[in-house]
Design a protein around this ligand. Sequence first.
Ligand code: UDX
Length: 434
Amino acid sequence: MKIGIIGLGFVGLSFAVVLGSKGYQVIGIDKNKHHLDLLQQGKSSFFEKDLEKLLKIGIKNKTKFSSSFSELKTCDLIFVTVGTPQRDNGSIDLSMIENVSKKIGNLIKNASKKPIIVIKSTVTPGTAEKVKKIIEKSSGKKNKLGFDLISNPEFLRESQAIKDTIKPHIVVIGGENKNAKKKISQFYKKLHDNVPIIDTNSQTAEMIKYANNSFLATKISYINQIAKICENVPGVNIEDISKSIGADPRIGNSFLNAGPGYGGSCLPKDVKAMIHFSNKLGINPLLLDSVEKINREQIQHVINSSKKLCGTLKSKKIAILGLSFKPNTADIRDSISLDIIKKLVKQNAYVAVHDPKAIENVKKIFKEKIQYCSTVSQVLDGSDLAIIMTAWAEYKKIDNSKLKLMKKPVIVDTRRILDSNKLKCKYFGIGFGN
Ligand code: UDX
C-alpha cells in the first residue's frame, strides 16, 4: 500500500515518520524546499521528541519527500495535513485545502487508481463537501466512482506528537462510502492496537475536532476563573482544588492546571473559528465567548499581579522564563509569553528572556527590543521581577542561590512550579489565595 501525505507540519510529518518507520511506503509532499532538503538529510526544521529518530528509520525504509504532486499518482491513500490558518475575523482560511484539492483532482484526472483522500487538517463542518465538489470539477470524476473522500481529524498534542500518533486515544472516520470507511478503519486497526474507532459522517467528524478543542479550552478557562476567585480568599490553594475535582470521574483530571491562559497553534484558533462558525449560523456562542474572554483577560491579570508585587514596571528589569507555549517544544505560535512581553515593552520595562528551545524563534519577532539569555542565571541577574511562563523542568530547580542574583527576589509563578515556602522572595502563584 502506497501512502501520500500532503503538508509536512507537526501532524503530517509525525504521521509520515511513524508510518515510514513501520515499513509503509510513504511519500511526503510539501512546498517548502528548505524543509524538504533538511528532511532528505534526516533532519526536521522543527523540534519534536523522537521525530528525527523515526525519520532516519523511515528514510532507510525508502520514505520519500518531494514537492511534486505527480509522485502521488500511484498512491492508494492520500492524507491531507495542510494548515488551516486563522483570518483576522477568526474564521479559518481554507485556501490551502482548496488548492491541494484542485491539484489532487488534476492528478487523478487520467490516473487508473481510485485513491482514498483523507482530510486530517482541522476544518469547519461542511468542508469535505466543498473539497468533494472541487475534486469532482478538476478531475471530471465522481466521488465514490473515481475517488473516495474521508474526514479523519487528528488529535495529537505538540511535544507528544510521536507518542500520540503511535497510540491515539481515538480514531474518527467520517464519510459517505461504507467501503472506503471500512478500508480506512482496517488501515488504522492494523496500525494501532485496540484503538476505539468512531464511524460517522464527514460533517460530524469535522465538528468533533472543534467540539473537542473547545471543551479543552473551556476546562482551562474554567479553572483560570476559579483560580482568580481563589486568589482573593486567603489560604485557598488551587492545586488541591484541581486535584480533588479532577478525581471526580465525571470531571477528569486533565486540563485543570490554572495558568496564564491557553496558547499554541490549535486551541486559540479553534475556539475563535467555532465562535465565528456559530455566529454565522445565527447561534450566539455565549459560553465560548466567555472562554475566549477569560483567556485574554488572563494576560492582563499576569501584568496586574506583577505590578502588585513590584509597583510600576517602567524601567524595571523583568526576567521572562519560558517562551514556548508549553514545555518541550520550540513552538511560540500564540504563546501567551509573547503577549506578556509586548505589554511589558509597551510599559517601558527592560525585558530579558530565557527559553531552552524557543529563543531563536522569539528573536525573529522582538529583534533588539529585548535581551536574550542563554542561562537561567543570566536572565535572573540584576532583575527586579521574574515571571515564570512555561513549566520547563529546569525552572523547577530555581533555588535561593539563583534568587540571590536578582536585584529584588520577586517571583510571579504562572505555573506554580516553585515551592514558595522554601524560597526567600516575594511570591505570587496563580490560584493561591493571599
Ligand atoms: C491541542 C490539543 O490538546 C490537541 O488534541 C489538538 O490536536 C491540538 O491542540 P497542543 O496545542 O499541542 O494540543 O497543546 P495542549 O497540550 O493542548 O496545550 C494547549 C495550551 O493549553 C498550552 O498553552 C498549555 O499551557 C495550556 N494548558 C493546558 C493549560 O493552561 N492548562 C492545562 O491544564 C492544560
